[in-house]
Design a protein around this ligand. Structure first.
Ligand SMILES: NC(=O)c1ccc[n+]([C@@H]2O[C@H](COP(=O)([O-])OP(=O)(O)OC[C@H]3O[C@@H](n4cnc5c(N)ncnc54)[C@H](O)[C@@H]3O)[C@@H](O)[C@H]2O)c1
Ligand SMILES: [Zn+2]
Length: 367
């Protein structure tokens, strides 16, 4: 990659119907949010939504970039990704006299972006949102694609909407304060992009793990750019997830089940997906669809990115039960995205429970 990437922001467009949702990526770009939004005429009145953790770390620079603004703060954490937080945002918007000419600037990780994005999608039947993602997971995944929403007491992400952001501004410099485990959680999604679409990205992750953990912009910025390109490309071709967008679910069938049976407490999202990617690769080898050397490479990279929480106490029946309830099951057969080489996948829809049981047994889970 050229050094230019570090100086000039890169623009990537998500095309959704007649709309274009631009993504700008650049080291230090958060210092220029105001100028970029001015230049592209995004929202006359900007209302920031953030959480206390992110605001304490980065609020000052955001205020500098946008001018003096009081943020609307919602509590931090997945358990606050709910309608109560959305309601708090509505209330602050109404009190501030927000109207159709206002724009919400969401500054935070995936939880904050999903919550503030949902408030924007529904307030006054929809006002624009600008996403300023501050975790790696949000920068490469959740802030892109227009899916917003919150959890319900009876299940995760059950309430939501499609609401493409007016812009996504990605500043890798914000990641310097991110705890290592959160950073790793995002890296597993980057691995996913490598496996589904880019052998080159995959190779670089393998070779440059050290520079990645040092958060060297020369390595991190291109990895984020490439991940965003892949997601933007897939979403542009299939915004509402009728087909192609499903490839982004590689690792997510078993991953979601692992998160769910452990009540979203033991695993960060990316960690569960890492196990899910290993499971799907193993399934692919068992079917003769993937050469074992590729499965080994995936396992090597995942191993290299750090320890994963243990899964050996989980049981096969509890995982199967969740997978069965998951939306990826149609007529009793399981849907799976499996790699056929590094950089290419296929979706299969005839996986039997016996096959999945064998995979989980090989991963060490108990019957
Ligand atoms: N909309 C989508 O398409 C989509 C896709 C994937 C995941 N998601 C959602 O994203 C959520 C997970 O997002 P996440 O992994 O970003 O978790 P998160 O938003 O909970 O952030 C993790 C923690 O890091 C803190 N943090 C954020 N930025 C920081 C920074 N720069 N420095 C220090 N700390 C920082 C947060 O306040 C939080 O405590 C889930 O709710 C998931 O459902 C949505
Ligand atoms: Zn994911």
């Amino acid at each position: 990659m050229t050094v230019d990437l570090l100086n000039e922001p890169v623009r990537i467009d998500v095309h959704a119907g007649s709309q274009v949702a631009p993504i700008w990526i650049g080291d230090g770009i958060s210092e220029r949010i105001g100028a970029i939004l001015d230049e592209h005429a995004v929202g006359a009145r900007r209302l920031i939504v953030s959480n206390p953790v992110v605001w304490r770390l980065h609020g000052e620079r955001i205020v500098r970039a946008l001018g003096a603004v009081e943020p609307i703060l919602v509590p931090d954490g997945e358990r606050y990704k709910n309608l109560q937080s959305v309601s708090k945002i509505y209330e602050a918007l109404i009190r501030a006299g927000a109207d159709r000419g206002s724009v919400i600037v969401a500054v935070g990780g995936g939880v904050l972006g999903d919550t503030a994005g949902f408030a924007a999608a529904t307030f006054l039947r929809g006002i624009p949102v600008v996403q300023v993602p501050t975790t790696l997971l949000a920068q490469v995944d959740s802030a892109i694609g227009g899916k917003v929403g919150v959890n319900h007491a009876l299940g995760k992400n059950l309430i939501g909407a499609f609401h493409q952001p007016a812009a996504v501004l990605i500043d890798p410099a914000l990641l310097t304060t991110l705890p290592r485990r959160e950073f790793r959680s995002g890296l597993y999604e980057v691995v996913k992009y490598g496996v589904i679409a880019s052998p080159d990205l995959f190779e670089r992750l393998l070779r440059q793990t050290k520079s990645i953990f040092a958060k060297d912009p020369a390595v991190i910025v291109p990895a984020i750019v490439e991940s965003c390109r892949i997601k933007a490309d897939v979403v542009s071709k299939d915004e509402r997830e009728s087909g192609l967008r499903r490839i982004l679910n590689y690792g997510h069938t078993v991953g979601h089940a692992i998160e769910s049976v452990t009540k979203y407490r033991r695993f960060r999202h990316g960690e569960a997906i890492a196990y899910g990617m290993l499971a799907a690769a193993d399934l692919a080898v068992a079917r003769g669809a993937l050469a074992d050397v590729h499965r080994q490479a995936i396992a090597k990279l995942i191993g290299q990115l750090g320890p994963l929480p243990p899964i050996l106490d989980l049981t096969i029946p509890e995982i199967l039960e969740v997978v069965r309830r998951d939306k990826k099951v149609v007529n009793g057969k399981l849907h799976f995205v499996i790699p056929i080489q590094i950089g290419a996948t296929v979706t299969i829809d005839d996986v039997t429970e016996d096959e999945l049981t064998a995979v989980l047994r090989r991963m060490g889970l108990k019957q």
